[in-house]
Design a protein around this ligand. Structure first.
Ligand SMILES: [Zn+2]
Length: 260
């Protein structure tokens, strides 16, 4: 190590530096506004140490060392919940899921020219010109999930709303990013609320879609996720905790729209 490097190493760590402690490597975020040290585990399982500007390196190292056990537990959790969403190819035989069952893609030369994917005799049929254009093919598949999911969930809403004694909201199925569902209250008074379900949800088995529907319907009565919310969900669905865990586990393996 050169004298200069030695000197740098001895200095107070600056933004973008690394601190290495007992086999852990932590990237430094230094800020003049910060008063205390803090550690975060990022979604990609890298570690960040938030450092008040100007504090000696030894203090950073001590802080990481003091929280090493906590970091190891958090890193393990991050690894177990890391998204494993696959990418799909738009080729004959590629597998897509709908309500827990698998369907193979059939690329067709004589599909109707309306741009719609259709479920025909157990196969998802897509026109060849769409399969050869990833953006168009993806749009057509997402549209199909939206239409099929909307029709299916539309039939589930009334019985669940009746069971839970809540007003039946309007329903749409669309892209909600990483979320499975959302509920938007009406504008007070007579305004009807709106439930939105994310199209990737409809890849999952019916009992998990039902869980999301019951969850969002509980939001008609209670916003937020405090104890009274979960009490309402449990009344409608006593085994909701198992379903929620299954949704977390299966959900991270679902296709979220990436084409390769
Ligand atoms: Zn919720």
């Amino acid at each position: 190590m050169t004298a200069l490097a030695e000197n740098r190493q001895a200095q107070t760590p600056v933004d973008g530096d690394w601190v290495h402690v007992d086999g852990l490597s932590v990237r430094v975020r230094a800020s003049a506004r910060r008063k205390r040290f803090a550690l975060t585990v990022e979604p990609d399982a890298t570690l960040t140490l938030h450092v008040p500007q100007g504090r000696p390196r030894a203090e950073s190292e001590d802080f990481v060392r003091a929280h090493r056990d906590w970091l190891v537990v958090k890193l393990g959790q991050r690894e177990r919940t890391r998204p494993l969403n696959p990418a799909k190819r738009l080729v004959d035989g590629e597998v897509f899921r709908y309500l827990g069952r698998t369907y193979r893609l059939a690329v067709s030369d004589d599909a109707p020219g309306d741009g719609w994917v259709r479920l025909v005799a157990g196969r998802l049929v897509m026109a060849r010109n769409q399969a050869e254009d990833p953006a168009a093919g993806r749009t057509a598949l997402v549209d199909w999930y939206c239409r099929a999911g909307r029709a299916w969930a539309g039939g589930r809403l009334q019985p669940w709303a009746a069971r839970m004694a809540v007003a039946e909201p309007e329903l749409d199925v669309r892209d909600l990013g990483q979320k499975w569902g959302a509920y938007q209250p009406g504008d007070g008074g007579s305004g009807q609320g709106r439930m939105s379900l994310g199209w990737p949800l409809f890849q999952l088995p019916m009992h998990l879609v039902d869980y999301v529907i019951a969850h969002e319907l509980a939001h008609v009565k209670v916003s937020g996720h405090r104890a009274d919310f979960w009490r309402l969900v449990r009344l409608a669905l006593p085994e909701y905790e198992e379903r929620r865990a299954e949704l977390d586990e299966l959900g991270r393996r679902m296709w979220m729209g990436e084409i390769c």
